[in-house]
Design a binder for this molecule. Structure first.
Ligand SMILES: [Zn+2]
Length: 79
């Protein structure tokens, strides 16, 4: 399961490959977010700039895509 070595977050991760197309009122800078449960299973994703195809690709390659901690912004993720 993914875990941020910096803050210990294991639930919310972001993909830095896609930038957010959301309005600037939204402070979230990432184009794709994912939530994980306690077992490390991806439970849901939020597309804020990524297309559905890109989200599918990320779902199949989670380790490569979700490289950023959505909690602290760190990119030292342990899988
Ligand atoms: Zn973190």
């Amino acid at each position: 399961m993914p875990r941020c070595k910096n803050c210990g977050n294991y639930k919310n991760f972001a993909c830095s490959f896609f930038s957010s197309t959301a309005p600037t009122a939204n402070p979230e800078p990432y184009g794709l977010l994912a939530n994980f449960d306690e077992q490390g299973n991806l439970t849901d994703m939020e597309c804020l700039g990524a297309t559905l195809d890109e989200a599918q690709e990320a779902f199949e390659n989670q380790k490569n895509y979700f490289n950023t901690c959505a909690n602290c912004g760190g990119n030292d993720i342990e899988w």
